[in-house]
Every structure is written in C-alpha cells, then in structure tokens.
Design a protein around this ligand. Sequence first.
Ligand code: 0SG
Length: 209
Amino acid sequence: MSVLLDNQFRELPPDKSVDTKIFLDNVSHIPAFFDCLGSKVFSIIKSDINGNITKIRAVYLKDPAKYVTLQDILEAEREAHQAEWPKVGATLALMWLKRGLHFIQILLQSLADGERDENNPNLIRVNITKAYEQALKRYHGWIVQKIFNAALLAAPYRSNFLKALSKGEEVKEEECLANVRQFLVNYTPTVDAIYQMYTNLNAELDYTV
Ligand code: 0SG
C-alpha cells in the first residue's frame, strides 16, 4: 500500500469546513515521511512542520467541542488576541503549515502530470523548484533560501522518492502515480479551503523569515 492512500484526506462537506481532529490525524503522518528521505537537512523541515502541528493540536485539545473546525480556532483566537492576531497561536502555526502542504500539493501534482527534466529524468529538482517558487519562496529571506538550495541538492532520486511513497515496496511507476492522483482528489480541495479561509478572514501575512 502507499503512504499516501493509508492517510487519505476526507472529502470536504458542502460548506468546505475542515474538521480539526480529522485534519490533525491526517497531517500527523507527514513528519515521519521525512525519515525516508535520507539527508539530515530534512530534519529541519520535519521539526518545523512538527512544531506547527503540535501547536494547533495543543489549542484543539484545550476544548475539542469548541474547536470542531479549523475556522472555529481562527475566529476564537481573533477574538482573544485582537491586535496581535493573526501573528499568534494556532493561526500562525496553520498559516505556515498550509504553505508546506501547498508545497507538497504542487510537487505531487507536478509528478502526477509527468513534468520532468528530459536530460535528467530520474531527478525531481524541476518539480521541487516549481513547488518552492509557487508555495514558499516569497516568504523566505536569503538564509532560508540557502537551506532550500541544500535540500534541493539532497533531494532523492525520482525512483527512490516514488519507492518511499510506496512504503519501500517496488511498485511500478504508473501504479504509484495513480496513488498520487487518488490522494490529491481530497487533499487539494482541503488545502484550497484552508487558503480560502485565510483570505476570507483576512488572516494571511506576507512577511519573510
Ligand atoms: C522531496 C523533498 C524535497 C524537499 C524540499 C524542501 C524545500 C523547502 C525548504 C525550505 C526550508 C524551510 C526551513 C524552515 C523554515 C522556517 O523558518 C519557515 C518559517 O517557520 C515558521 O516561522 C514556523 O513554522 C512558525 O512556527 S509556529 O508553529 O510556532 O507558528 C513560526 O515560528 C514562524 C515565525 O513566526 S514569527 O516569529 O515571524 O512570528 N517555515 C517554512 O517556510 C515552512 C517550510 C515547509 C517546507 C515543506 C516541505 C515539504 C516537503 C515534503 C516532501 C514530500
């Protein structure tokens, strides 16, 4: 089975609200995936994403009945923190987490669409660079961009990445890409819904780190 299909996101309800518990269960599987990628540079990213998830979960666990959806959390923090909001609490953690999720979405979509460097067909640098430029680069100053450059050099070969997605099993490329496409069916609308929520609540910030 595939890592992705084991952790398939749920179809969103008609109002596009994202259930906090289900979302946290889904994203909690992402950090472990970095252990399959080989290089220590990925531990920086793993720990950043882990930190985001821990922060959102801590808020949720304070009152699960109050924070049923992610929007419940943002609205409660807006009320509680006033001028400090949105650069605070789970609102800030989810703002960054969604950028990482968007990166993963673009990377997987690019692989599923068959985009590749014809001169180096077993590299995924073109796919990673596309995802980085669209999802993250504008939020990064030059030091973090250097971390990205190091991650790019340490990126796994396409065949190894697809194998890692297939939990180490030798799976035909087409089968693995079919799993990626299936995963994206609910994943993409979930990421889109979180972005839309940030736009609707005027919670998006565009400073660089
Ligand atoms: C095949 C694999 C290829 C991987 C290529 C990876 C490319 C991405 C490389 C980027 C390297 C990022 C390293 C970390 C950068 C962090 O500084 C930033 C900003 O972090 C936020 O800063 C924190 O996340 C916030 O934490 S919070 O929970 O407490 O709120 C907060 O600290 C904030 C600062 O807030 S402030 O002080 O200003 O108020 N993080 C990112 O840019 C997110 C990076 C996500 C990368 C996702 C890559 C996924 C790869 C998946 C492969 C399948």
